[in-house]
Design a protein around this ligand. Structure first.
Ligand code: PMM
Length: 299
């Protein structure tokens, strides 16, 4: 087996975050009543914090806290509601020593989260939803996850049309990267994300996963978010019954293995333990490959 070990550290480096010799695992904490994968489970601050601490214990390197569901068809919540959901959770997890990322498309929410100790901004709109957000990130000088996105969740699936999904997502990510740099963001702090499931159907998601090298080519670290998404449910369906959301974690860990082997900087997952194990296995195999054969032999 040949794993193309990234030569410059796993997935490249992001100014402001320590280097690591393997793909990172970002644990998801949705403080929402309606996210598709875990909606309602951690809707109050106390259970969200306890969940975050559990994900850290299971090996999460980063925690991504969000207060607005982005599932297909979801309506937006007000900024005030979003901030009331995330602020106490970010504050307590940051105080516990976690590297917290705030999953928001709003500058005002990112500002509240950064004030409460968040260290990374994860913007699923890639700077398109709120032009103040790239400017805020630039002023704060924090790492910025810029995801491929075409429209808000209510109608994003109407825009899931591509002639060549890899080439188009790559070109649009390049455009988002150029725009956030023009807004003052430090290019060395940008992480790119193909946005699996956002204005994409299952075929599009599989095609993107099959060609992460084309996205790596953009020269910035990659974050991959496949966890529990419906394209996994469709792959594992029985008849017309999608595999239930909470039974998609083994498939998620398989995607983690592939993404890590392709040199991804991080995976964003709900079930941390299996992915934390998977990224370590991939890094260990890569380390063995890069050493001389201990037997000096032919096989
Ligand atoms: N997916 C969701 C939410 N935030 N952020 C990034 N960077 N990448 C993703 O793929 C992504 C995200 C939707 O999934 P969820 O509702 O389970 O959190």
């Amino acid at each position: 087996m040949t794993i193309p070990v990234p030569q410059i550290g796993w997935g490249g480096t992001v100014r402001g975050l320590p280097p690591l010799d393997r793909c990172r695992v970002m644990g998801v904490i949705n403080v929402t009543p309606d996210s598709f994968s875990d909606g309602g489970s951690f809707a109050d601050a106390e259970s969200a914090v306890q969940h975050g601490l559990q994900l850290l214990a299971e090996g999460a390197d980063l925690l991504d806290v969000g207060g607005e569901s982005t599932r297909p068809g979801a309506a937006r919540v007000s900024a005030a509601e979003e901030q009331a959901r995330v602020a106490p959770v970010v504050a307590r997890l940051a105080a516990a020593g976690a590297v917290v990322s705030i999953d928001t498309m709003r500058a005002s929410t990112a500002e509240v989260a950064l004030r409460n100790g968040a260290q990374i901004v994860n913007d699923v709109s890639g700077g398109l939803a709120d032009p103040d957000l790239p400017r805020l990130v630039a002023a704060a000088g924090v790492p910025y996850v810029v995801m491929h996105w075409r429209a808000h969740s209510a109608h994003m699936q109407d825009l899931a049309h591509y002639d060549d999904v890899v080439a188009e997502v790559r070109a649009e990510l390049q455009d988002r990267l150029d725009r956030v740099i023009a807004a003052g963001v430090d290019a060395e702090q940008v992480v790119l994300d193909p946005g699996l499931g956002f204005a994409k159907n299952a075929e599009h998601n599989w095609a993107l996963l099959a060609d992460l090298a084309a996205l790596n080519d953009l020269g910035r670290p990659l974050l991959i978010g496949a966890s529990r998404k419906s394209f996994l449910g469709g792959l594992l369906s029985h008849g017309d019954q999608l595999r239930p959301v909470l039974d998609r974690d083994d498939a998620t860990a398989a995607v983690t293995t592939l993404a890590a082997a392709a040199g991804a900087w991080a995976v964003r997952v709900h079930d941390v333990r299996a992915s934390a194990d998977a990224v370590r296995v991939v890094a260990r195999v890569a380390a063995a490959e890069s050493r001389p054969d201990p037997l000096g032999g032919s096989s």
